[in-house]
Write a protein of this length. Structure first.
Length: 393
């Protein structure tokens, strides 16, 4: 039997008061309140042990859970969350394998619930899903494509601006560097790439956006002075489509973590800011598990490139049937003594090759990379300047 539908705490107190009056037997009281004798004995026992408080509703949860998470595992989860405040349950659970066996480690949901119970789960801002834009750069091996970019500048506490340059392998997500620069210029980027190439080798391609000094949307093939240096090293520059940073989404996602770790708040000087960036690189490569890598770290997945950095760039020899032309100080090549074909200022002082296609159409190469075309028949006035085109004229 059970208590009547209108049973409240007051009725339990009445039951105890009438039992203590000794005017009724326990059987009579249980029949009146429509409860079983064991329930009546239980109420009396709880009242004798705890007083009126003992009559309140008790939890029916078992005292011992055979599948409950061990206290030392819970402590480890909380300690890991304290050390890595931006990480979620999946990444924290992956680190538990360093200290516990498979049987001791709870599920991702249990880890999440432990964090939530301790007030360590924070609501995430809902992000608008962006429809994928092609081409999507998806290398299948390490060192096929590296990505590079400047994380948006931020002001340090000494009022100077910090421009972090980041270079990473697009397959393994291994972050080669996060270098703090005062300016985003060719010399700074070339110097850091040189240091990384000497240490880790070189990729087949470097994927960047169209901002200086990586690319220029108005230049032929979007190539800049940095792009031509890559070509001299045997590396092909590739670019995201203008206004489509999602094509390099892996790198942008890393930038979000970098900003949270190193720019909120910022440091007082370039030296202390660089120490924070270096600490982030070390944690990102060797500690932080990555879901797209099967919860492995980038350092475990990445393999070093076998393409060594050449300290001296060898001179390029064009085939004998290719006309070799010198790019003058105005960024153009002289054609048949009278005419000019504008190339780009990034090639000043370098030699390009011209190969005839037919009907006055010529292809222009820098080393083995096609730059574009021009039509010599369109050059009517020796005072005019013809621009190289990326399409057949």
């Amino acid at each position: 039997m059970a208590w009547k539908n209108n049973t409240t705490m007051d009725q339990k107190v009445e039951f105890i008061c009438e039992w203590m009056s000794e005017r009724y037997t326990l059987t009579e009281l249980c029949e009146f309140y429509e409860i079983s004798r064991p329930t009546g004995y239980q109420l009396i026992r709880r009242y004798e042990q705890h007083g009126i408080k003992g009559l309140t509703e008790q939890s029916r949860a078992p005292f011992h859970h055979p599948n409950s998470t061990q206290p030392e595992v819970v402590d480890k989860i909380l300690n890991l969350k304290e050390a890595h405040t931006r990480w979620g349950a999946k990444k924290l659970r992956a680190l538990l394998y360093n200290d516990f066996s498979d049987e001791e480690i709870p599920s991702v949901l249990t880890v999440h619930n432990i964090l939530k119970k301790n007030g360590l789960v924070y609501p995430q801002k809902r992000r608008r899903r962006v429809k994928p834009v092609y081409p999507i750069f998806d290398p299948q091996e390490c060192n096929q494509v590296w990505s590079a970019d400047y994380k948006g500048k931020f002001r340090m506490r000494n009022s100077q601006y910090c421009h972090p340059l980041t270079i990473a392998d697009s397959r393994s997500r291994f972050l080669f560097t996060a270098r703090a620069h005062l300016h985003e210029d060719y010399e700074s980027v070339k110097g850091e790439f040189t240091r990384v190439f000497r240490k880790y080798g070189m990729p087949l391609q470097v994927h960047t956006d169209n901002g200086a000094p990586f690319g220029a949307v108005t230049a032929i093939q979007r190539f800049t002075q940095l792009s031509y240096w890559f070509i001299e090293l045997g590396i092909l520059p590739v670019f995201s489509d203008p206004a489509h940073p999602e094509q390099n989404g892996r790198h942008e996602r890393m930038h979000r973590d970098l900003k949270a770790a190193c720019a909120q708040p910022t440091s007082y000087s370039m030296e202390t800011q660089q120490r924070r960036l270096s600490a982030f690189v070390k944690e990102y490569n060797y500690v932080r598990p990555h879901e797209a890598l099967g919860m492995e770290t980038p350092a475990k997945v990445h393999t070093w490139s076998e393409r060594a950095f050449p300290e001296v760039v060898k001179e390029w020899l064009y085939p004998s049937d290719v006309k070799v032309l010198y790019v003058t100080q105005n960024g153009a090549i002289r054609w048949k003594s009278f005419y000019w074909v504008y190339m780009t200022r990034g090639l000043i002082g370098k030699r390009v090759g011209a190969e005839e296609v037919g009907n006055g159409i010529w292809k222009i190469f820098y080393r083995d990379v096609l730059l574009g075309y021009f039509n010599e028949k369109a050059i009517m006035d020796k005072e005019s300047l013809t621009r190289l085109s990326t399409n057949l004229v």
